[in-house]
Design a binder for this molecule. Structure first.
Ligand SMILES: Cc1cc2nc3c(=O)[nH]c(=O)nc-3n(C[C@H](O)[C@H](O)[C@H](O)COP(=O)(O)OP(=O)(O)OC[C@H]3O[C@@H](n4cnc5c(N)ncnc54)[C@H](O)[C@@H]3O)c2cc1C
Length: 461
């Protein structure tokens, strides 16, 4: 079967039908396309889609040959769901246009990276609140929400979407917005991965040519005091200030790595920062005005690393949570912790306005267990135990490397789950898009997702 699918008539027909490229193992470009950040991947073929029509052809091909689908944009998904073994990868990266429409609306191809979007918009003075990393893809970040450096001022990335083009499982190319297909539009904003392949989003940008961006550092010995003071201030801070607090892994060569408070300010910088300067013995403050595109950073990691990534939303900050995080650090030397403050415009959106639900959350704790499986040793056990003791109020879809059914429930509370299941039943009753952490059309499909999880774990090794 493998031979005939790859080299037989089917693939020639597909090649002739698409504007983009079809790659199989052995083609130049295949290894780069097949691999994503967290998994090597060995799809039977990669369809590099140049437009919606190519996506339709790829779906038809997968259906005709009964092959599973993976949808890949920037390739950063924490469980490696952007690729698969033996299936069809829909690579949306050729669809990377960034086009200005009237009224500061920007049509963004889902294959673009957020670094590219910010750079392209830079000349116009426009900006989109998205994420913090240049190489993260539009397709994947938007599928879950998009918590960026202006989230408290301008909300999630999905909150600024006014329309989208999506290819659904039946091969239809649909233009959706609040008036045309409002239910699908609702679902795409927080659960897109399970509903179709989005080819572009229309996003309302904001006039924000520059921001004040940087870091305040405090001694690691004052972590508890700094964290408590930061959380207290951020619970009520002006929404022009978006901030996170970062605790580096204790395994780092210099165990005295300071506590870092990162800030992005879109308004009066001194008023926003003043209370932060007194959280502890301030070591340094480096906050400068930069073009918005310069707030994006990037990362690389050794190829043998398999970071374990887990997060939780908290509706209020409890000193106990802070204490538990700090107590866990010596026991889990590979643990990096980032706490992002939410609220502001993020919380102003009603919980049922989008498929993303957690509008009451005031903080998100994100955690990464660094290293290869060998380096991690028994730390994953302690990492999981730490999370069991934290008891968060929900979870963010986009920072989960080993998602379980319980995590899916944590991402989508019951009312959202029911609404998503009904929507899924109407647009993808056969669960074609199961290669995402997604609510199935019917409960019995959950087993299918567990199977997918096992596959994902295997391919991450
Ligand atoms: C270093 C790093 C920094 C990050 N920083 C942030 C941050 O600041 N804020 C934040 O919110 N998140 C952040 N994330 C999480 C990020 O949003 C998710 O990992 C996201 O899934 C990555 O998107 P991608 O397109 O790069 O990944 P991919 O692996 O290409 O895609 C991920 C999944 O999204 C779905 N998908 C992709 N494209 C489409 C499409 N066109 N249509 C429908 N579904 C699609 C598919 O289910 C796919 O499996 C970060 C991740 C990393 C690794």
């Amino acid at each position: 079967m493998a031979e005939s699918v790859v080299t037989g008539r089917g693939i020639d027909v597909l090649r002739a039908a698409v504007l983009g490229e079809v790659l199989v193992d052995g083609d130049p470009g295949y290894p780069e396309a097949a691999r994503v950040m967290m998994s090597e991947g060995s799809p039977r073929l990669v369809v590099r889609c140049a437009g919606a029509k190519d996506v339709v052809e790829a779906l038809r091909y997968a259906e005709a040959h009964d092959l599973p689908i993976a949808v890949r944009s920037g390739g950063h998904q924490a469980a490696g769901f952007g690729t698969n073994d033996g299936g069809v990868m829909i690579d949306v990266r050729p669809m990377d246009q960034v086009r200005l429409l009237p009224d500061d609306v920007v049509r963004v191809g889902t294959g673009a990276t957020w670094g590219r979007v910010a750079e392209r918009l830079g000349k116009t003075g426009l900006a989109i609140s998205s994420g913090d990393t240049a190489s993260v893809g539009v397709g994947g970040l938007m599928a879950g929400g998009g918590i960026g450096w202006m989230v408290r001022k301008h909300g999630l990335a999905i909150d600024n979407v006014v329309g989208a083009e999506v290819v659904t499982a039946d091969g239809a190319v649909r233009r959706v917005d609040a008036v045309t297909e409002p239910e699908l539009f609702w679902g795409l904003r927080g659960a897109a991965g399970g509903l179709g392949v989005v080819t572009s989003y229309d996003i309302r940008a904001v006039r924000q040519p520059t921001v004040h961006f940087g870091t305040l550092l405090y001694p690691c010995t004052q972590a508890e005091q700094v964290l408590a003071g930061w959380a207290e201030y951020m619970a009520d801070a002006p929404e022009e200030l978006t901030s996170s607090l970062q605790l580096a892994p204790t395994m780092m060569a210099d165990r005295q790595v300071p506590v870092a408070v990162m800030v992005c300010v879109t308004g009066d910088v001194d008023a926003a920062l003043e209370p932060l300067r007194h959280l502890g013995s301030l070591l340094t403050e480096k906050v400068v005005e930069v073009p918005y595109a310069e707030v994006f950073s990037d990362m690389s990691m050794p190829s043998e690393w398999r970071p374990r990534i887990r997060n939780g939303f908290f509706n209020t900050w409890s000193p106990d949570v802070g204490r538990r995080l700090l107590e866990a650090r010596p026991e889990i030397p590979g643990l990096a912790i980032e706490i992002r403050a939410l609220g502001g415009a993020y919380g102003a959106m009603p919980a049922d306005a989008t498929a993303f639900a957690h509008r009451d959350a005031r903080f998100m704790v994100n955690s990464v267990l660094m290293g290869s499986p060998e380096q991690q040793g028994t730390q994953p056990k302690a990492f999981d135990a730490m999370w069991r003791s934290l008891r968060p109020d929900g979870a963010y879809l986009n920072f989960l490397s080993d998602p379980t059914d319980a995590d899916l429930d944590a991402c989508y509370p019951e009312a959202h789950r029911k609404r998503l299941a009904a929507l899924k039943q109407s647009v993808d009753p056969g669960h074609v898009f199961r290669s995402a952490l997604t609510v199935p059309p019917r409960p019995e499909w959950t087993g299918g997702r567990r199977h997918l999880m096992r596959w994902a774990m295997r391919s991450r090794r």
